[in-house]
Design a protein around this ligand. Sequence first.
Ligand SMILES: Cc1cc2nc3c(=O)[nH]c(=O)nc-3n(C[C@H](O)[C@H](O)[C@H](O)COP(=O)(O)OP(=O)(O)OC[C@H]3O[C@@H](n4cnc5c(N)ncnc54)[C@H](O)[C@@H]3O)c2cc1C
Length: 398
Amino acid sequence: MDFALTEEHLMVRKMAREFAEREILPSIQENDRAQTFDTSLLPKMAEQGFLGVTIPTRYGGVGMDYIALALVCEELERADTSARVIMSVHMGLNNLTLLQWGTEEQKQKYLVPQAQGKKVAGYGLTEPGAGTDPAALKATARKEGDVYILNGEKTWISLADVADNFIVFARTGRTGTHRDISAFIIERTFPGVSSMPIHGKLGVRAGDTGSIIMEDVPVPAENLLGYEGEGFKIAMTALDNGRYTVGAGAVGLTQACIDACVKYANERETFGVPIGQHQLVQRMISLMVQRVEAGRLLIWRAGWLKNQGIRNTRETTLAKWYACDASFDSAADAVQIYGAYGYSDEYPVERFLRNSKGAVIYEGTRELQELIQAQYALGYREDRPLRCEPVPYDPDTW
Ligand SMILES: Cc1cc2nc3c(=O)[nH]c(=O)nc-3n(C[C@H](O)[C@H](O)[C@H](O)COP(=O)(O)OP(=O)(O)OC[C@H]3O[C@@H](n4cnc5c(N)ncnc54)[C@H](O)[C@@H]3O)c2cc1C
């Protein structure tokens, strides 16, 4: 067992940390207040290679492993959740799904420009009536000659208003079960595709979230991802990677709580001493330390499994559940440590609290992660072989 980060890991972590301090932190308070998504982040993240960090170089990526992906997510979310969300949907949910399930033609056409950061990608599974239970989705795909005609609405989609390409899920059959669902690659420019922003969010206010509406969208048959009826499996394997990035980001948010609270607890005084000397404040900080260390280990174990190409739904779900709950609890404690000042957006901790709540909901709510763990423990769930297994990291060919 080796917990040491490689030279490459240390380098990418440093790059991501410096990037976050330079490009995100100076404007985040203003962007969060104004609910503005800073689109200039996308080309800047592309330039750093973040948008293709864990994609082989032959597909336009940087060729680093899954631990590197976690480190980038952790460092970006240490500054703000909205930047990490870009990694989750573009890299976690879309790029890695194309790598696993795409044909060579699909990889060349979509994955290469996405990994290079020339195109931005999103993922549309959730619908107004289907979130935790995606098998209930209603979008349809009707085959007509060499195109599928897609109709339906996807909602709460990150990067809905800015992404160029999306993986979306729609029904190609009529049994009403998850076996009817197929996955498609669509482009924003396809006729009949439109998007609408969602305003008034609790958190991730500096991020873009919206709905995607598909009205008689003609999608070339070659944009079917996987086979007809494989969409549900594809959606779930995408979440194995998306949840990993969300959990890794949550570790960064907990770290940000520690950074902020240690500074504040050493400065703010009550009863003639810094509040850090009060044991009840120390308890909140020590719990944050426990949470960040445990969360990071769970994430790194999931990353190690991904590097081997071993299925990791159980481990990734556990890591995501733990790390996201931990960051929410840590952010609540951080506001407490800041007292009334924590209740104001003059300091970052109230933003941490609002942002951390999102991760307890998206990419599977806390309750769903709990159910999954129970199902594995009770023997109600097992991983069956897939036609396209997760792609292992290979230092020689990536
Ligand atoms: C900021 C943000 C970004 C998002 N980005 C994306 C994106 O890019 N792409 C995408 O496809 N989706 C995205 N989502 C949607 C997100 O994945 C869903 O909101 C999430 O899956 C929950 O679905 P829901 O909101 O419909 O809640 P529901 O499914 O309606 O659940 C409501 C409540 O019931 C509970 N519940 C449901 N079923 C059970 C059960 N069987 N047992 C116990 N409790 C249960 C849930 O845990 C929850 O507490 C995003 C959401 C947010 C907030």
